[in-house]
Design a protein around this ligand. Structure first.
Ligand code: ADP
Ligand code: ZN
Ligand code: ZN
Length: 693
């Protein structure tokens, strides 16, 4: 047996590049976790390879101090090595995403129930919603629940840990009996099953309109993998917003399913990880981090709602779970099954497409109508929209802007209120009596008067969800607000589902995956907000947003969607009105090919930032990176271009557009490492984002 274990230390210091050689303890293979002496310190490391010999003499090799109980499967070690390179990061940072959280002693969690005493109690709306969401685990709402407990309205007690895996808060209608498939579902499934049976890597895309029964195809695909003794990973955009998908998998496969999400405690996550690692659970359902689940003999990786931006991770490494899923499936000889009603042009280009052109109940898709805001006078809602809201009992209204108003302005001298750390306007939040920065979290009390001219006449421009909630409330509508200021999503969705009438109002989250059969109206308040976004994906996002919102309406009958815009002729809006996904995708791909955007090239973004008291450091570093990149074959380097100041740091960015992805990644990675190692640019920090969103 090899005598040497090559070990990568799990430290975040970028400068420490392993692997380092140690004596191999008996029984230790690739993936083992060791405590090893490291200089004067002791660190945890991962065995990445075994070797017969080392460049060091045998007697100079140190022996590990301890072999830890848990270990990484070898395929995840290989995946971490690939990620470190692909995202210009380090092995330790990539492997850090794959390790289970340390076991904690806690074996119970707090479970909250109603006491049934609330009849006569005086409650705020939020407290009422909270009570309506019980019984369940207390989670983040513990402080609020404790207050209700003191009033005798709730009971909170510890409960044994694994009790909770009942994911049925919303949409509990889904039973465990599989329905008879529609013809389109059968045809799509036949292809998926053939691919699973072939036991080779295949990449498929289910392009199915909203309500076409994609989840049923995923469920049967997972069953096919299990039948062949193979495991499955099912990625969903966000657990709190897709409880129905999780509930369906749990109902169909029971204990074979492990669920990972941020709502679990470290101990619970550890246990779910171990159940997978030991093979007790064979299917893992979770958000993007579930792509690292230790599922053995992987046969299927599902990416539900594959267009969702939440698959991109915004920390180092800046990985895209969709790309990692594709890599993992490829290495494992597994089937990659992505699905969406609004797939990305990239996926349509790269994957074999299976179509589900109709809703399962053959109901028509809702009529999408453009509301031309050029004829509206002032208010956030057009009179036509107001009429529709008055007519329809249940509606979903999307306004992608939190807070009361976008910005404040002094009517006398024109002063605006800006974040002291970022070059952006502060947003008014009336209930919290603050103006807040949506980028860094800075808050101030709402000013009474202008500090420059003492005028008390301050204009509040624009409308956010908080203000629209008030306006709709004044029209006599019951409003259920869903955004990150309004508390956790779960209880709001439960309350909206239970209500006979009402408006679910919120930011983008309202358009995601929910299945409320009695919603008949959808409204996009400001389609221009996404259209105006300075990004080559603006059109794609707008089309997806309108189409997905349309998917929330009319699931139980005829539905309609109103899209308010100042630009009714925009291609994305026109395509959504016509339900013309194919036309939109064809146009979008042609445009991207002409402009050499993904998938016809790869983009890599390098952001250089420096404290604002180091003037120009960010721009200088960006210039140095550009120079060090030299000639990347056939690549275009754009910038350095200044970005707005963020969290007290000046920023400057470069964008590389290249056809040869591997070479571009190597060149950018090398250049950034060289500039960072040099002393000249110490004041600046560099971050690389491959495939930026
Ligand atoms: P999608 O994800 O494509 O929007 P879903 O998978 O959420 O659609 O399915 C919509 C609804 O149709 C769900 O309530 C689901 O249980 C139901 N459903 C799926 N397939 C069938 C079928 N073959 N027959 C009847 N109902 C079905
Ligand atoms: Zn003023
Ligand atoms: Zn700020």
């Amino acid at each position: 047996m090899p005598a040497v274990a090559r070990v990568e230390p799990l430290t975040t210091a970028r400068a420490l590049r392993g692997p380092f050689d140690y004596l191999r303890p008996d029984g230790v293979g690739v993936g083992a976790l060791l405590r090893v002496p490291f200089g004067a310190r002791e660190v945890t490391g991962v065995v990445v390879a075994l070797a017969e010999d080392s460049e060091l003499a045998r007697e100079r090799l140190a022996a590990p101090l301890e072999v830890l109980e848990r270990s990484l499967p070898p395929d995840l070690v290989a995946l971490a090595e690939w990620m470190a390179h692909e995202y210009c990061s380090t092995f330790a940072r990539a492997a850090g995403l794959m390790l289970p959280p340390a076991r904690t002693r806690e074996r119970t969690v707090l479970w909250a129930e109603r006491t049934g005493e609330e009849e006569s109690a005086r409650l705020t709306d939020r407290q009422r919603t909270l009570l309506a969401s019980l019984p369940r685990f207390a989670g983040d709402d513990l402080p609020a629940l404790r207050r209700l407990e003191r009033r005798g309205l709730a009971r909170i007690a510890p409960r044994a840990r694994r009790r909770h895996i009942a994911h049925a808060a919303v949409g509990a209608r889904a039973g465990s009996h599989p329905p008879a498939l529609t013809r389109a579902q059968s045809e799509a499934l036949a292809e998926v099953e053939a691919a699973v049976a072939a036991g080779e890597h295949t990449a498929l895309l289910v392009h199915g309109v909203t309500g076409s029964g994609k989840t049923e195809v995923y469920l049967r695909a997972a069953a096919a993998a299990l039948e062949r003794g193979r495991g499955a990973i099912v990625l969903v955009p966000e657990i709190a917003l897709t409880p129905q998908t999780v509930a369906r998998f749990a109902a169909r496969f029971g204990d074979t399913v492990a669920v990972t999400h941020s709502g679990l405690s470290a101990g619970e996550r550890h246990d779910e990880w171990l159940r997978l690692r030991r093979g007790e659970a064979r299917v893992c359902v979770g958000p993007r981090s579930a792509v690292f689940a230790p599922v053995a003999d992987l046969g299927l990786v599902v990416v539900d709602e594959e267009h969702e931006a939440s698959y991109k991770h915004e920390g180092d490494p800046r990985y895209d779970a969709r790309a990692v899923a594709a890599r993992r499936a490829q290495e494992a000889g597994a089937v990659l099954l992505a699905g969406s009603a609004t797939p990305r042009p990239e996926s349509v280009h790269a994957l074999r497409r299976l179509r589900l052109p109709e809703r399962v109940d053959a109901r028509p898709l809702p009529a999408v109508e453009v509301v031309d805001m050029r004829d509206a006078s002032g208010g956030a809602l057009h009179p036509r929209t107001l009429h529709a809201l008055a007519d329809e009992p249940k509606a979903v209204v999307l306004l992608n802007r939190r807070g009361w108003s976008n910005f404040l302005e002094c009517r006398s001298c024109g002063r605006g209120w800006q974040c002291p750390h970022c070059e952006v306007a502060l947003v008014l939040h009336r209930a919290a009596n603050t103006v807040a920065c949506h980028h860094c979290g800075h808050r101030e009390r709402v000013p009474r008067a202008c500090p420059d001219c003492a005028s008390v006449s301050l204009a509040r421009h624009g409308t956010g969800t908080e203000r629209l909630e008030r306006e709709l409330g004044q029209l006599g509508l019951a409003v259920f607000r869903l955004d990150s200021d309004a508390g956790p999503a779960g209880p709001v969705l439960v309350a909206f589902e239970a209500a006979d009438r009402g408006v679910l109002l919120g930011t983008q989250v309202v358009a995601k995956g929910h299945d409320f059969p009695d919603v008949s109206l959808g409204v996009v308040v400001d389609a221009d907000a996404t259209l105006r976004f300075p990004d080559f994906r603006a059109e794609e996002r707008t089309f997806a947003l309108v189409t997905q919102l349309a998917g929330r309406a009319g699931r139980g009958g005829q539905g309609r969607v109103l899209v308010q815009t100042l630009d009714p002729s925009a291609a994305a809006v026109a395509a959504a009105v016509a339900h013309d996904a194919d036309g939109f995708l064809a146009g979008e791909l042609a445009r991207r090919e002409a402009l050499r955007y993904p998938p016809f090239s790869s983009l890599i973004r390098v952001v250089c930032s420096a404290r604002a008291d180091a003037p120009g450091a960010a721009a200088l570093a960006a210039g140095a990176v550009r120079e060090a990149m030299g000639e990347i074959m056939g690549a275009q380097v754009l910038g350095p271009a200044p970005l707005f100041r963020l969290r007290g740091r000046e920023r400057s960015q470069l964008v590389v557009k290249a056809a040869d992805r591997a070479r571009a990644i190597a060149a950018v990675g090398g250049a950034v490492a060289r500039v960072a190692a040099g002393r000249a640019h110490r004041a600046a920090a560099l971050s690389v984002d491959v495939d930026p969103q």
